[in-house]
Ligand binder design. Structure first.
Ligand code: NDP
Length: 292
């Protein structure tokens, strides 16, 4: 059976690795070993003490870390265990420039690289229904398709290395724009005497609706549940990447640049563990109303 190494058992990595454990021979590694220990006690998999040990003998290495810089560091640490023709698939929401640098480094070892960020949240990861957006060689994608099929439902080749990262960053920037603008609008309506429930009822049957108004705000903000599934720190990182992509391509992008500043401010205000939907709390504090 194909041997897979999975590096990074965070909120999204652990459920993805769970599907791979059911279909392949799996070795996992996590920087904080307790997460790997918990994973192997619940799945048919073994834990390796180092990234280099985890990747030794693997046909496919999958990673899902916070940032591309983290992946670059782990690639360096794992390099001594890599063999030519192993394929490295990085599910991190990364940045195109660093992914291109990682791909060049791995190419020197004969290891093809794909940037393969995912969308669908922890629910999609648990159900194995993620959208996967890929950058890299289509022939390499075909070689790892069974691995992609085990975790994803919609699998799209976006272009050369870095293209998956760029699409993911722009998608998440749109999420941030929708979330923030809906938060401002609902706060203003509340102060004007319209409850958030009534406003959302109208908006969600009208042209201003979005995933933020249909799902995030009703389920996380108006309910005051604020479950922690996708850290605001990671959304801040993603919108920063989208803003950088726009600057690199010399596209005038005042809204993306402002949204990156607002996400940075919310992240600094609310800290490392806050969920992305909690960004709306900054607007609530400024406005002196609760969106509920
Ligand atoms: P978490 O914060 O839950 O987990 C991050 C993981 O990366 C942990 O395993 C952590 O190890 C590891 N890590 C971070 N830095 C390093 C490093 N320098 N060296 C080694 N390991 C490191 O994040 P998520 O699982 O939520 O997110 C992972 C990626 O997936 C991110 O790029 C995110 O943007 C993206 N994503 C997340 C979604 C979500 O809903 N959560 C949805 C779609 C994409 P340790 O346990 O030691 O901290």
């Amino acid at each position: 059976m194909t041997r897979i190494a999975f590096l990074g058992l965070g909120d999204i990595g652990a459920p993805m690795a769970g599907h791979l454990a059911a279909a392949f021979e799996l070795t996992v590694w996590n920087r904080t070993p307790a997460r790997a220990t918990a994973f192997v006690s619940a799945h048919r998999a073994q834990a390796a003490p180092t990234a280099a040990e985890a990747v030794r003998g693997a046909a496919v290495v999958a990673s899902c870390l916070s940032t591309s810089s983290d992946v670059e560091a782990v690639v360096g640490a794992a390099a001594s265990g890599l063999a030519a023709d192993t394929i490295w698939v990085d599910f991190t929401s990364g940045d195109p420039a660093t992914s291109q640098r990682i791909a060049a480094r791995l190419a020197e070892l004969g290891v093809p690289f794909l940037d393969a960020p995912v969308s669908g949240g922890t629910a999609g990861a648990q159900q194995g229904t993620l959208t996967i957006m890929l950058g890299g060689d289509p022939i390499v994608i075909e070689r790892v398709r069974p691995v992609l099929n085990a975790v994803g439902k919609k699998i799209v080749h976006c272009g050369p290395i870095g293209a998956g990262d760029a699409v993911k960053a722009v998608n998440n920037a749109l999420l941030a724009v929708n979330l923030w603008s809906a938060g401002e609008g609902l706060a203003a309506l509340k102060k004007a005497g319209v409850s958030s429930a009534v406003a959302l009822d109208v908006i969600n049957a009208s042209s201003g609706r979005s995933n933020a108004t249909m799902t995030l705000i009703p389920e996380r903000v108006a309910s005051r549940a604020f479950p922690r599934t996708f850290r605001l720190a990671l959304l801040d990182k993603d919108v920063g990447i989208a803003a950088q992509v726009a600057r690199d391509q010399k596209v005038p992008s005042p809204l993306l640049q402002l949204t990156a500043e607002l996400m940075r401010l919310a992240h600094v205000t609310l800290g490392e563990v806050a969920d992305h939907a909690e960004a709306v709390k900054v607007i609530e504090t400024w406005a002196g109303v609760e969106i509920s």
